[in-house]
Design a protein around this ligand. Structure first.
Ligand SMILES: *Cc1c(COP(=O)(O)O)cnc(C)c1O
Length: 360
């Protein structure tokens, strides 16, 4: 067996320990004689997996009791719509547009009501986070929407926007569980799990209880109504059982490794290794405003497309894979999620230094 250093933005690297345990439990989950993929979602064994996953997640994020946790089939794109269907009672919402994902959510929002672009960083290719300290938030806006970490562009809200008392809705797909969060500052936190938690196919939604009601847009499919899912404990339809199980193993792994404060320290260390090198390199440079840099996704360029391409090809041969930047940005992007070991980043930086020495 030979594992590579996988810098994919998502689906992304998972902890080896988790993969090993899943493979050990594949044929016979703890004496059941079957895998988790084969068991009834209504069985007591699966209920145990689900309950433990939720309890561990609550523990990790310190989720207050007045927030519900839902494990929902689908992806962030499903929630772009679900957020509006469940919350847009005045049919008006404000969006802060800091990249492709918030833009997609904004465009989806327009289908359900008046979606307003409250601020945007598109003027400089989403390379920064706009000043959100005094935004013209609409009096009748149902929520203010952000994408907290911009996976493609590599920026992160280091400070949450002042929503002037309106609900904050955040897509945290690519920074989920990378550091502690103050859950009570949000109305809704949701994320696709395939970036920093588990396999693709599910979102985790953390929603304040008073926002989970029957008062939703008429067009809302029953299965996408949060109240349906919250009342049924995420078991209205058949959930993504396998995904919930793997996410549960990842939660245990996080708890064993210092929880989210521990992760934050390691993630800061990894990011500093890479950013410090980029800041001192004569060949490579980062592409975003320093104060808005993401801990998870690090885009960089040489400024020469050919050198970028050669670097990516050579890196791949050396076992550093999925370093190609998103097609809308070009260059390179190293996604250094929780499961990327410090050693992977150290070795990548060594490799970049060697490439620099040959090419300067
Ligand atoms: C990847 C990503 C998405 C889209 O996820 P899908 O699973 O393809 O819907 C949305 N938001 C963020 C922040 C992402 O990183």
């Amino acid at each position: 067996m030979s594992r590579v250093y996988n810098f994919s933005a998502g689906p992304a690297v998972l902890p080896e320990e988790v993969l090993r345990q899943a493979s050990e439990e594949m044929m016979d989950y703890r004496g059941c004689g079957m895998s988790v993929m084969e068991m009834s979602h209504r069985s007591s064994v699966f209920q145990g997996i689900l309950d433990e996953a939720e309890a561990d997640l609550r523990d990790l994020l310190q989720i207050p009791d007045n927030y519900k946790v839902m494990f929902l089939n689908g992806s962030a794109h499903h929630q772009f719509a679900a957020v509006c269907m469940n919350l847009m009672k005045n049919r008006k919402a404000d969006y802060i547009i800091t990249g492709q994902w918030s833009k997609r959510a904004f465009q989806e929002g327009k289908k359900y009501g008046e979606a307003v672009a409250l601020a945007s960083s598109e003027d400089r290719t989403f390379s920064y986070i706009p000043d959100c300290s005094d935004l013209p938030v609409d009096d009748d806006a149902d929520f203010v929407y952000i994408c907290e970490n911009n996976t493609i562009y590599g920026t992160k809200f280091r400070k949450l926007p002042d929503t002037k008392g309106k609900l904050l809705v955040a897509d945290v797909s690519s920074c989920f569980l990378s550091e502690p969060m103050e859950v009570e500052k949000y109305g809704v936190i949701y994320g696709g799990v395939q970036k920093n938690i588990g396999p693709a196919g599910m979102t985790i939604n953390i929603v304040r209880e008073d926002l989970i009601t029957d008062d939703v847009l008429d067009c809302t499919p029953t299965v996408m109504k949060w109240k349906t899912q919250a009342d049924a404990g995420s078991l209205y339809n058949t959930p993504n059982c396998w995904d919930i199980y793997i996410c549960g193993l990842v939660f245990k792994w996080l708890k064993k490794n210092g929880g989210l404060a521990g992760m934050k320290a390691i993630n800061e260390k990894k990011a500093a290794l890479l950013y410090d090198y980029l800041d001192s390199s004569r060949l490579f440079r980062g592409t975003v405003a320093k104060e808005d840099r993401s801990l998870m996704n690090v885009p960089f360029v040489t400024g020469d497309k050919e050198k970028d391409a050669v670097f990516i090809a050579k890196a791949e041969k050396a076992g550093f894979v999925n370093l190609k930047g998103h097609r809308s940005v070009g260059g390179m992007r190293a996604s250094i999620y929780n499961a990327m070991p410090v050693e992977g980043v150290e070795k990548l930086v060594d490799f970049m230094k060697a490439y620099e020495a040959e090419n300067i």
